[in-house]
Design a protein around this ligand. Structure first.
Ligand code: RTP
Ligand code: MG
Length: 168
């Protein structure tokens, strides 16, 4: 926790395979950036070591997804969810800032895009619950678990936000 901002949090966000295929990575990053949040997972590998681009832009294994969605394993839609999420590359990210877990969920919208308000990411870009284009952690505890699952500690970075005084 950040002493200067006791409400500072981290969340795990991922653009799902359909969001990647539909070219919505930039749109989703852009919305979080413009809101005032900062990307907290390393980008340098993407630029300096293209071979390691898979750290951020990876086709998740079914093992990883079984772990990630463990609490849903008894649901009837679980096999389809694993098929969908492992069907192509996912853009995985950590975002940081005040209340980013709960505000991030509001920015994503409801699980079912048809019940998602206009102006949310799912409400603007999706219509099917099984193709809802992005993931966001549902609590601070879940975020910690998911970040540790998808990233190693050295891939998660924290740095000062230069324009902080204009946002907070
Ligand atoms: P996510 O974890 O992917 O961010 O989505 P969420 O919290 O809004 O919803 P969750 O309950 O965690 O469900 C995970 C994903 O499973 C698919 N799903 N399908 N009734 C259905 O067919 C159904 N319900 C959930 C969705 O892709 C959902 O995002
Ligand atoms: Mg969830």
């Amino acid at each position: 926790r950040n002493m200067a901002d006791p409400r500072a949090e981290r969340t795990f966000l991922a653009v799902k395979p359909d969001g990647v295929q539909r070219g919505l990575v930039g749109e989703i990053i852009s919305r979080f950036e413009k809101r005032g949040y900062k990307l907290g997972s390393r980008q340098i590998r993407l630029v300096v070591e293209p071979v390691k681009i898979l750290i951020f832009f990876l086709q998740p294994s079914k093992d990883l997804l079984h772990n990630h969605y463990a609490e849903l394993s008894s649901k009837p839609f679980f096999p389809g969810l694993i098929e969908y999420m492992s069907s192509g590359p996912v853009f995985a990210m950590v975002w940081e800032g005040t209340d980013v877990v709960s505000v991030g969920r509001k920015m994503l919208g409801a699980t079912n895009p048809r019940e998602s308000p206009i102006g949310t990411i799912r409400g603007d870009f999706a219509i099917d619950v099984g193709r809802n284009i992005c993931h966001g952690s549902d609590s601070v505890g879940t975020a910690e678990r998911e970040i540790a699952l998808w990233f190693t500690p050295d891939e998660v970075v924290s740095y000062g936000l230069a324009q902080k005084k204009w946002i907070y």
